[in-house]
Design a binder for this molecule. Structure first.
Ligand code: HEM
Ligand code: HEM
Length: 220
C-alpha cells in the first residue's frame, strides 16, 4: 500500500480539538503537579493548586467527551482513504492488525527491516491509545481520593475504599505521583513514534493541515 496522504478525514475537527484540550490539560497538570510535589520556586502554591483543580476537571470532561465521540464521530479506519466509519473501530483490533503485534515490536527493536502495514492505527498504537483511558481515570481517582473537598461528596465512600485499600493518604499521593510518570513516559514514546517518519501526522493532528505525499514512508 502506498501513494496516499494524511487527510482531514483521519482526524475530524472535534477529535483534533479534544487532543489539544488533553495536551494543554496534561502540560498544566504535570507542571503544577511537579510544583505541588516540590515547590521549586516561591509564591506559586495557591495558583498551582487552583490551576491543578481547574484542569483536572477539564481533563475529565474532555476524556469523557472523547469516549462519547468514539461512538458518534466518523473518521477513517484505513490508510490512504477518505472513507469514514465509526471512530471506535480504530481503538479495537481490526482484521488488518492480525499477527502484527509481535512484528511491530520486532520492527521497533531492529529485528525486522520492513515497516508493518496495518489499519489506520497499528496494534501497538491501539494498545497504547486504549491504555490512556484507564490511566487517566486511575490518576483522577487517586487525585480525588487525596482531594479534601471530596470528603463532602455523596460518592466519597468510593474514594475512601481506595484509601483503605492502599493504606492511606500518603500512599495514594505516591500512586498519583507515579501515575504521572506513566503518563509522561507514554507521551514521550508517543511523540517520538508519531513523528518518526516525518511531521505530516502532527501537522494534521495539531493544525489540520493535509499532506499529499505519494512517497510518504509513514504509510508504506
Ligand atoms: C484528572 C484528575 C486529577 C485530580 C482529581 C488530581 C488531584 C490532585 C490533588 C487533590 C492533589 C493534591 C493537591 C494538594 O494537596 O495541594 C494533586 C497533586 C498532584 N497531582 Fe494531580 N490530579 C489530577 C490529575 C493529575 C495529572 C493528569 C497529573 C500529571 C500527569 C497530576 C500530577 C500531580 C502531582 C505530581 C501532584 C503532587 C503529588 C505529590 O505531592 O507528590 N495530577 N492532584
Ligand atoms: C507534543 C505532544 C504530542 C504530539 C506531537 C502528539 C501527536 C499525535 C499525533 C500525530 C496523533 C495522530 C496519530 C496518527 O494518526 O498516526 C496523535 C493521536 C493521539 N494522541 Fe497525541 N500527541 C501529543 C501529546 C499527547 C498526549 C499528552 C496525549 C495523552 C496523554 C496524547 C494522546 C493521543 C491519543 C489518545 C491519540 C489517538 C487519537 C485521538 O484521540 O483521536 N497525545 N497524537
Amino acid at each position: 500500500m502506498s501513494g496516499h496522504g494524511h487527510y482531514r478525514e483521519a482526524h475530524p475537527l472535534p477529535l483534533m480539538l479534544s487532543h489539544w484540550s488533553n495536551l494543554i490539560s496534561m502540560i498544566v497538570l504535570v507542571f503544577t503537579g511537579f510544583y505541588i510535589h516540590f515547590p521549586f520556586f516561591a509564591g506559586f502554591m495557591g495558583a498551582a493548586r487552583s490551576l491543578h483543580f481547574f484542569f483536572m476537571y477539564l481533563l475529565l470532561v474532555t476524556i469523557t467527551a472523547r469516549i462519547i465521540m468514539a461512538f458518534t464521530v466518523k473518521d477513517t479506519n484505513q490508510m490512504g482513504t477518505k472513507d469514514r466509519d465509526w471512530d471506535w473501530k480504530n481503538w479495537i483490533p481490526q482484521a488488518e492488525n492480525r499477527h502484527q503485534l509481535i512484528e511491530t515490536a520486532k520492527y521497533y527493536l531492529f529485528m525486522r527491516k520492513e515497516h508493518v502495514i496495518s489499519a489506520k492505527n497499528g496494534a501497538l498504537q491501539k494498545i497504547a491509545y486504549l491504555a490512556t483511558i484507564p490511566l487517566t481515570y486511575a490518576i483522577a481517582y487517586a487525585g480525588f481520593a487525596i482531594y479534601t473537598p471530596a470528603h463532602q461528596w455523596g460518592i466519597w465512600p468510593f474514594f475512601e475504599a481506595g484509601l483503605t485499600a492502599v493504606g492511606g493518604d500518603m500512599n495514594m499521593r505516591i500512586i498519583h505521583y507515579f501515575l504521572m510518570w506513566a503518563i509522561i513516559l507514554f507521551t514521550m514514546i508517543h511523540v517520538y513514534l508519531a513523528n518518526i517518519y516525518g511531521v505530516a501526522p502532527t501537522k494534521l493532528m495539531f493544525f489540520w493541515i493535509e499532506t499529499e505525499d505519494p512517497h510518504d514512508r509513514y504509510h508504506q
